[in-house]
Design a binder for this molecule. Structure first.
Ligand code: AMP
Ligand code: ZN
Length: 112
């Protein structure tokens, strides 16, 4: 499958890894939009949040269980934003479900 995040998960494409276990991988975004910007992906290929259902939602729990730990480890002190762009109108560019974690500065209050 031609999926850049599956290739990062398999190690075929390098990444700056923050955390890995059997279900999830966290790595720094290559084009950071904030002083701290990393991505968390389920290892299972799910195209977007729109592909979540009762057969695969357990991996979403795994992602969210690790977010507070990863935010702390990354050095975030005053809160963070969790973003998952889903589909064309949301400008999703990589079609493997991922959660952006942004922090390390006061983020804009508007959704744009
Ligand atoms: P989205 O636009 O929500 O689909 O986000 C995709 C994100 O993946 C963007 O913020 C990109 O900067 C990031 N990205 C794309 N390729 C890589 C890569 N090889 N390593 C790390 N982050 C990447
Ligand atoms: Zn994938």
């Amino acid at each position: 499958m031609d999926c850049i995040f599956c290739k990062i998960i398999s190690g075929d494409i390098p990444s700056k890894k923050l955390y890995e276990d059997e279900n999830i991988l966290a790595f720094h975004d290559i084009h950071p939009q904030a002083p701290i910007h990393f991505l968390i992906v389920p290892k299972l290929h799910i195209e977007s949040a729109d592909g979540i259902d009762e057969t695969n939602s357990n991996v979403i729990t795994k992602v969210f269980e690790k977010i507070p730990y990863l935010a702390r480890e990354a050095g975030i002190k005053n809160g963070y934003r969790i973003i998952s762009n889903c589909g064309k109108d949301a400008c999703q560019s990589v079609k493997h479900l991922h959660f952006h974690i942004l922090g390390g500065k006061q983020l804009p209050g508007e959704m744009g």
